[in-house]
Design a protein around this ligand. Sequence first.
Ligand SMILES: Cc1cc2nc3c(=O)[nH]c(=O)nc-3n(C[C@H](O)[C@H](O)[C@H](O)COP(=O)(O)OP(=O)(O)OC[C@H]3O[C@@H](n4cnc5c(N)ncnc54)[C@H](O)[C@@H]3O)c2cc1C
Length: 410
Amino acid sequence: MGAHVVILGAGVGGQVAAHALRRRLGSGHRITVVERDPQHAFAPSFLWVMTGARTPGQVTSPLAKLLARGVNLHEGEVSAIDVAGRRVETSRGSLEFDFLVVALGAELAADAVPGLSGRSHSYYSLEGATRLKPALDALGNGAKVAVLVAGLPYKCPGAPHEGAMLIADYLRRRRRIDVSVDLFTPEPQPLPVAGPALGGAVAAMLQSRGVGFHPLHKVASIADRVLAFDNGASVPFDLLVAIPPHRSPSVVRTSGLANEAGWISVDRRTLETRAEGVLAIGDITAVQIPGRWKPDVPLLLPKAGVFAHAEALVAAERVAAAALGQPCDTTFCGDGFCMLEAGGGAAGVAYGDFFAEPAPEVRVRDIGAAWHLGKVLFEQWWLSPQGARRAVLGAALRAGSRLTGVPVRL
Ligand SMILES: Cc1cc2nc3c(=O)[nH]c(=O)nc-3n(C[C@H](O)[C@H](O)[C@H](O)COP(=O)(O)OP(=O)(O)OC[C@H]3O[C@@H](n4cnc5c(N)ncnc54)[C@H](O)[C@@H]3O)c2cc1C
């Protein structure tokens, strides 16, 4: 009898894993994806929803349309993961598994900072990005916009910088005079995991787009239109745009799979958890990489779709081989890239090897229209159902990857 592979979550990692498994395993093996949201939203495009370049309908698609034939969709909320009993409980019943891939992502936890929910906007959700556009439109001359990283870790280390640059560009195009856009973060530099050279390049990008950058600013409290920081600084604002703190879904925290911080520690090459036949991928994981934040604190791989995607391909290959009783030497190599929208139809790109010793090696390329077009192409590929259009877009992305050396794996 074939194996039953259950994948929890049908976001980036879950969808890629499901498709790769379906390609690799014959129909005697069952693949089931459990997801509570029937509508899939492509998060990188939320930034374009914020500026009106996309409508919410243009960045979402019914999940059933995106999933490959032969992948079962179990629509429901995962309420318990019983690793020892090899079963998961959902709002629609229970599922037994031979192999489990946990891809439940990270949740936004605005309630973790008092005053944040009621006093801020956020483009980290589709609803938030949709509400933010009219709030930007309502700003007058001289308005102060604060973009705040309210907690670590957060997904997509580039997105706060992109958001700040796009907001500044949008307001400039709407001819708002003397508007200021400032980005505050507890981090010591932009994208600290990628090293000082990349941090300096992104800081220069922010400056060239008129965004003030304020590192080492950890928010302490938020009162009416004033941000107070741990370092004693106090900053007035007219519009607060926050990247809320993130946390893992409670079902993971109670599963026995999570570490003290709530994330699932995995072997960084194989994506295996400490439970046999249970792998974890994407934002839910804590993946240690070479290098140190501080002497006693290791670096962790950033939470990003590009890593969820690459990890899913590896996890699928390993699970398929195990299901077929075959050996497998496919491992995750830590390559990644990030296109940073700068506004005006241009973007920068950073890419490299996050497993390099003794610390990640990341390159950055100058801002240009080509990187923005690459991001649009990827969006269109991602939101296209399996079929001819998706195949053509995939071929174009692969050709672009060969031409530029940016490691895009589909
Ligand atoms: C504004 C923004 C811009 C971004 N831009 C980029 C970018 O340019 N490049 C990049 O690489 N990354 C980007 N990211 C990050 C990227 O979207 C995430 O890192 C990626 O989606 C992680 O994939 P995942 O599969 O781990 O989790 P997700 O894609 O979040 O999927 C998790 C899924 O699990 C489901 N789920 C959770 N709990 C349950 C439950 N109990 N029961 C059932 N289902 C459940 C959720 O509904 C969700 O569909 C961006 C993120 C944001 C917010």
